[in-house]
Design a protein around this ligand. Structure first.
Ligand SMILES: Cc1cc2nc3c(=O)[nH]c(=O)nc-3n(C[C@H](O)[C@H](O)[C@H](O)COP(=O)(O)OP(=O)(O)OC[C@H]3O[C@@H](n4cnc5c(N)ncnc54)[C@H](O)[C@@H]3O)c2cc1C
Length: 409
């Protein structure tokens, strides 16, 4: 812990990437927050995540750079766009060194479960309470202090008093319902299949440290290696049809996935054929919220800004939130000053996260163009583009303490 220990009692609801990172950043400024997670264990769930430079730099500031290097794969190229039918490379963006130079960090890809574990291991165990499902939150009558109720699997109920509560409880956030209730989830009309293929079974081209995006009519197909190269993460975005199950863990059928890509390049089908099972989920997001904060309550991560994955920024934005929150709470000693500090956090973070949320929407239209003049124009633009430099607003952003962007420390 870098700063003297604060007496503030901060409860973080949700032990995902956002909640754990918030506890770690708060620890650095002397605040020992407690994370309450509904799951009985932070199990292996989810699949691959992109760890872009704007997430790598904060992780390094947490002292986790070396650990990240061990669990993740550093991309030598990203945005290797290929044509669906014959695999022709439309554009390839070298990352590695170029990214380091521009943004002070490379871009990695990792298994979500590996990242969660990395964060969990950095947090003293007494700061994480598993098997605590938040069932109620009540703000004190004078607008100060919070009482949280947690349900445990054995039927017990636990009451916790805190000076502030942070809702890091994901897309179906309970805390969001108290802060900004009228925010329905929006179904994108798309669903995602995702598979993890052991490297030993995957075709050679999928083992390169490259994020490949195959673009085709109505759908696209993404793959990259994760877990130190032991697995290949596959994500296929296709029209959802009647599939509306919105669950990270719902199971799909390989045959259905394969049927979506009939007629595509043989290497895509070969990769699908090397998978033994697939998850499938309907893709939803939310519109930007009008507020994240009410008195001693605030939101962070997907609870605040659930977004479609097309900018691969869900986890990165959660980590940016976590660091900004700690920055705003640093030095606050009086619980009465917390609402203003949380408002400041919101004003630093909400405009940017909302922008990323909105930009992540609609991107599939461009990725899914049918063959024809628009697709040809898109491919020509891709070939001329410089997405690495054009992403300065995203990758170069610093923690919004003073509005200045740049790779920083
Ligand atoms: C199971 C799962 C799998 C995922 N897989 C992928 C993936 O493959 N690729 C990808 O890009 N993104 C995935 N994501 C989303 C990605 O991890 C998030 O966008 C990002 O990391 C932001 O994280 P977050 O901490 O804000 O939210 P989340 O990762 O959603 O974490 C929220 C946490 O809050 C807990 N929680 C919810 N309600 C309560 C409650 N009432 N009381 C206590 N705890 C509660 C949840 O159990 C969860 O651990 C996944 C998320 C989940 C939950």
């Amino acid at each position: 812990m870098d700063s003297p220990r604060s007496a503030l009692r901060i409860a973080i609801v949700g032990g995902g990437i956002g909640g754990l990172a918030a506890a770690l950043f708060l620890r650095r400024v002397g605040i020992v927050a407690t994370v309450y997670e509904q799951a009985g264990a932070l199990r292996e769930v989810g699949a691959g995540l992109v760890v872009p430079p704007n997430m790598v730099r904060p992780l390094r500031r947490l002292g986790l750079g070396d650990a990240l290097e061990r669990i993740a794969v550093r991309l030598e190229a990203a945005w290797e766009f290929r044509r669906w039918q014959d695999g022709r490379v439309l554009f390839v963006q070298p990352m590695g060194e170029a990214c380091e130079q521009l943004y002070g960090a490379a871009c990695y890809v990792a298994h979500r479960a590996d990242l969660l574990q990395l964060l969990q291991q950095a947090l003293p165990p007494e700061q994480l309470r598993l098997d605590h499902r938040c069932s109620a939150v009540r703000v004190g009558s004078n607008g100060r202090g919070v009482e949280l109720t947690f349900a445990r699997r054995d039927g017990a109920s636990v009451a916790v008093q805190a000076d502030a509560a942070i809702g890091a409880d994901g897309i179906h956030s309970l805390l969001r319902e108290l802060i900004a209730p009228a925010a329905d989830a929006r179904f994108s009309g798309l669903c995602a299949f995702r598979c993890l293929v052991p490297a030993s079974q995957a075709p050679e081209m999928a083992l390169r440290p490259v994020q490949s995006l195959w673009l085709g009519p109505g759908r696209h197909f993404v793959h990259y290696p994760i877990s130190g190269g032991r697995l290949v993460n596959v994500v296929a975005i296709v029209p959802a049809g009647a599939w509306q199950r919105e669950s990270w863990s719902a199971t799909g059928e390989i045959a259905d996935l394969r049927a979506e890509f009939v007629g595509w390049d043989a290497r895509v089908l070969q990769l699908i054929d090397s998978a033994t099972d697939t998850k499938r989920w309907a893709m939803v997001d939310r519109s930007p919220l009008e507020r994240w904060t009410a008195g001693p309550l605030t939101l962070l991560g997907d609870a605040a800004h659930a977004m479609l994955p097309f900018f691969a920024q869900g986890a990165a934005q959660a980590i940016e939130d976590a660091e900004a929150l700690a920055h705003c709470l640093q030095g606050v000693a009086d619980p009465a000053a917390l609402p203003a500090a949380l408002q400041r956090y919101e004003s630093l973070r909400r405009p940017r996260a909302s922008q990323v949320q909105l930009m992540s929407r609609g991107r599939e239209l461009r990725n899914h163009l049918a063959d024809g003049p628009e697709q040809q124009q898109r491919d020509a633009e891709l070939a001329r583009g410089d997405p690495l430099r054009q992403s300065a607003w995203l990758y170069g952003h610093e923690r919004a303490t003073d509005g200045a962007d740049g790779p920083g420390r």
